[in-house]
Structure formats: C-alpha cells, structure tokens
Design a binder for this molecule. Sequence first.
Ligand SMILES: [Fe+2]
Length: 238
Amino acid sequence: MLVFEPIYTDGLAQISYLVGDSKAAVAAVIDPRRDVDVYLDLAREKGLRIAYAIETHIHADFVSGAQALAERSGAEIIGGCSPDYAFKLRQAADGEVLELGQVSLEIIYSPGHTPEHISLLLRDGQQGDEPFALFTGDTLFNLDVGRPDLLGEDSTKQLAAQLYATLFTRYLPLGERVEIYPVTARARRAASRSATGGAPRLATSCCSTRRSTSGATRPNSSTGCSAACPSRRVTTRG
Ligand SMILES: [Fe+2]
C-alpha cells in the first residue's frame, strides 16, 4: 500500500516527503531536512527501510539532511547532474525509475530554478500505470514558479528559458490530473490542501515569479557530470 507522508518544517517553511510501499517495507525521502530523526522515527513506526534520500536540487534556503539520513539509514543519495554538489551522491539519469515495491519514482530533469533540478513522477502499481503526482521541488508551486535568477545575472536568461521548456514540454504533457507537491514555503498552502481535498494539479498554470529571501549557492565538489546532462550547458556560480 502506498505510503505518502508530507513532513512540514515550519521555521523553514519547507516540506519534505516520505514515500514508499508498506507491503514491500521500503521508502524514499524527498528533500530531507537536516534534522533527520523525524524520517527515521516515521520509518521505524511504519516498518520501512529508507532506500533513497533524494535531492530535487541544490538548496539555497535550508541545509540538506541527505548525508545525515544516508549515514544513519544506509539510504543511497540521489540527485541531478551537477559538479556543484558538496557531497557524494548518485547523479541519476533522466527517465530513470526508482522502484519502491509497487510504488515508483521516475526522474524527470527539470532545469530552470537551478541547472541540475530534477522532479519525481509518482506511480503506484496498485492504482494503475498512470502517474498521479509530481514532486516539483522549487520548479512549480500553486499558481507560481521558482526563481531562475538565484545563480546570478549571467545565467538568468538561460535558466528562464530552461524553466519555460520544463514547464511546457516536460510538465504539461503529463496531463491535468497529476497533482503537484513542491518543497518550499509558497507551496505549503498548496500541499496542505491535499489532505483535505486534493493538491493543485498541472492544469493550474503558472505565470509569475516567486519571491525568495535567499540567493546562496553551493561550494564545488568533485562529482562528475555526464556530457549529455542539460545542466552542463548552463554557467553556474558557487
Ligand atoms: Fe530552491
């Protein structure tokens, strides 16, 4: 049976998600926060092994808990393609599917907010073949989209173009029934609505730019990056 638990961090206005299959006793955490006890406690309570700690992108507004979660649970860290990660992770390919029993998460490259951004398309084999939810990270919120200018002026135009392409060529073709589950503040109201009558769906189009108070980027790391990765075509800072 599908496990779907949004975890709110009020002080940071951040939302992470524990998703999995209770029958297979396996789960993934999407965009874990630094204090990972909440995921370990939830997993223990539900009898789940945490197989993946997934980063939708390099976060500028909170400290990732992916490394801490991996150390304490044995989870594999999964992210997009970038030389800028400050820790080791597996850079997943576009289209790769992470299996969690009958539940699966398909990686969708979704550059725009950041070059390495990925989204996760959720399917549950017990409910059919069609995807029904999309973890959009900081790409798409309820009636809003993520900022493409946080990495500086040099890359803003290119990221804005990529954001447009992500929204219109990757997200919209998924169909209007797919619910969206973002990671940060402006999404909180949207995600919380899911518990009481359905999250916003892709038919809710986006047209304005989200305001943010942080523009920090990440230090470099030595992680490799495939030549085919779209993020290589973008100049990044940090
Ligand atoms: Fe972000």
